[in-house]
Design a protein around this ligand. Structure first.
Ligand code: SF4
Length: 429
C-alpha cells in the first residue's frame, strides 16, 4: 500500500472506529435507565458540551424533568417557529417555572428568510420541508456547532421509523445524539408524569398526543400512532432536525397529499374522518356520522364521550336531529353536484332557523364560484377536492357576490323589478 492510499483509507478507518465507539456506548448503557443515560452523557462523556432541544410538547415534561435533576442550568433550546399554539408558549413558561430550568433559550427563524421564502406564512401548506428548514433547521444550525452532543426526547414507540432508535447515535459531523427515553413506552411516559406530578400540556387532554406547530398538528384518534396527527395527510414524519446535524433535510417529499379543509382563511389539517362500516357508535371519535346511522343508534352516540360530527346528505331531514345538534362539533353537508342546490337550504336551515353555531362544512362538489354563496348560507368550512379552487383559495381569489336573486338573512335585498331595490350587498365574509 502506498503512502497516498494509506491517507485515502484513513477516513474510512476512522468512520469504522467511530461507529464501533457508538456501538460500544449503546452496549454499555443499554440496561441503564433514562436518568442514568442522561447523567452519564452530561457529566462524563460530554460534560459541559451538551444541549437539549425541546419542543415543549405533550411528552416534553419527562425529559425536562430528567434535565432538571441532572443540572437545571443545562442549555435547553426551544424552536420558536412562530407557528406554535398559544398553549405551547404558555406551557414553556409553566415548565420553566415548575422544574426550575434556568437556561432556556428560544430560537427564532431569521426574519430575512421569512420575508424571502414565507412572506405570507403559508409555506407549511405548499412546502412543509422548506418551512421546517427555515423555521427549525436553520435557527438550530449555529447552535449545533457549539456543542458536541444534543439530547432528544424521541422514543421507539412513537413511529415505525423510530422503532430501532438507540440511546446514542453518531451524526455525520461527528456529534453525538443522546436519546435517554428511547425505550420508554407510552405507558412509561404517563406513569412517569403521574409519579412526578408533571403538568400536562394543555392540549393533551383534548386529544393532541404529539404537539408541534399548530398548522401541522391535529388530534389523534384512539389506537392511532401518537404522531399520526403531525403533518396528517402528508408523506412527512420528521421536521428535519432529527435527520442529521448538517441540516440536510430538504429531501423532496415523495408524495404530497394536499390539505383539503379550508377554514378561517387557510387550509388546515382535518381532525375528522369519514364514518366506516363497522365503526362502533359508542366509541367512535372525530367522525362525521351519516344522519341515518346516527338516528339508528342515537342513544349510543349520545352516550359516546368523544367529539363527533354529523354528515347530512341530500334527502336527510336535519329537523329529525334538531334537539341533538349541540352534540356535534362539526356538521358536514354534502353537495353531490354543482347543480344540486339542496345543500344551501340545509345550511340556512341549520344556521338560521335551528341556530347551529358549530363548524358547518360543505363537502362534495365544492367549487370556487359556490363558496361565497355557501358562506352566505352559514358555511364556515369547506372540503375542497378541486385543485383550481384550492389554488384560488390559496391566492385569495374568490368572486364577489353583490346582487341577489334569492337573498338570505335580513341584510340582503333582492334583485327585483324595482330598480331602487337593487343594492350592492355588504362584502361577503
Ligand atoms: S411543523 Fe409545519 S409550521 Fe412548523 S415549521 Fe414545520 S411545516 Fe412549518
Amino acid at each position: 500500500m502506498t503512502a497516498a492510499s494509506k491517507i485515502a483509507a484513513a477516513p474510512v478507518a476512522q468512520d469504522k472506529l467511530r461507529a464501533l465507539g457508538i456501538m460500544a456506548l449503546n452496549g454499555m448503557f443499554d440496561e441503564m435507565d433514562a436518568l442514568g443515560v442522561l447523567r452519564q452523557a452530561a457529566t462524563e462523556l460530554l460534560a459541559g458540551d451538551i444541549a437539549i432541544v425541546s419542543s415543549f410538547g405533550a411528552d416534553s415534561a419527562v425529559l425536562l424533568h430528567l434535565v432538571a435533576q441532572v443540572d437545571p442550568s443545562m442549555p435547553v433550546f426551544f424552536l420558536e417557529t412562530g407557528k406554535h399554539f398559544p398553549e405551547t408558549l404558555a406551557y414553556v413558561e409553566t415548565l420553566k417555572r415548575q422544574l426550575g430550568l434556568i437556561n432556556v433559550t428560544a430560537l427564532h427563524p431569521d426574519p430575512a428568510d421569512l420575508a424571502r421564502f414565507d412572506p405570507d406564512g403559508t409555506l407549511w401548506e405548499t412546502d412543509p420541508d422548506s418551512c421546517c428548514h427555515i423555521r427549525k433547521t436553520e435557527p438550530l444550525e449555529p447552535i449545533t456547532e457549539q456543542f458536541g452532543g444534543w439530547v432528544t426526547g424521541r422514543k421507539r414507540f412513537q413511529t415505525r421509523e423510530r422503532g430501532v432508535l438507540p440511546h446514542f447515535e453518531l451524526t455525520s459531523d461527528d456529534r453525538i445524539k443522546i436519546n435517554p427515553l428511547a425505550y420508554f413506552s407510552d405507558a412509561d411516559v404517563n406513569a412517569y408524569k403521574a409519579e412526578h406530578g408533571l403538568p400536562e400540556h394543555p392540549l393533551y387532554a383534548v386529544g393532541y398526543k404529539s404537539i408541534g406547530c399548530a398548522p401541522c398538528t391535529s388530534i389523534v384518534a384512539e389506537g392511532e400512532d401518537p404522531r399520526a396527527g403531525r403533518w396528517r395527510g402528508l408523506n412527512k414524519k420528521e421536521c428535519g432536525i432529527h435527520f442529521d446535524f448538517n441540516g440536510a433535510i430538504a429531501k423532496p417529499m415523495a408524495a404530497t397529499a394536499e390539505l383539503k379543509l379550508f377554514k378561517d382563511g387557510a387550509f388546515t389539517a382535518d381532525p375528522f374522518r369519514a364514518w366506516a362500516e363497522g365503526d362502533d357508535p359508542a366509541s367512535v371519535r372525530y367522525t362525521h356520522v351519516p344522519l341515518p346511522e346516527f338516528l339508528a343508534a342515537r342513544d349510543a352516540f349520545l352516550a359516546n364521550p368523544h367529539p363527533l360530527g354529523l354528515l347530512v346528505s341530500s334527502g336527510d331531514k336535519v329537523e329529525n336531529v334538531e334537539g341533538d345538534l349541540s352534540r356535534f362539533a362539526s356538521i358536514a353537508v354534502r353537495f353531490p353536484a354543482f347543480t344540486d342546490g339542496r345543500g344551501y337550504s340545509t345550511g340556512r336551515l341549520l344556521s338560521e332557523r335551528l341556530g347551529y353555531g358549530g363548524e358547518l362544512r360543505a363537502v362534495g362538489d365544492v367549487l370556487q364560484d359556490q363558496i361565497p354563496l355557501m358562506r352566505r348560507c352559514g358555511f364556515n368550512a369547506f372540503v375542497v377536492e378541486h385543485e383550481p379552487t384550492r389554488k384560488a383559495l390559496r391566492e385569495g381569489r374568490l368572486p364577489e357576490v353583490s346582487i341577489f336573486y334569492q337573498p338570505v338573512g335580513t341584510t340582503e335585498v333582492p334583485l327585483g323589478t324595482r330598480p331602487y331595490l337593487r343594492r350592492a350587498a355588504p362584502a361577503t365574509r
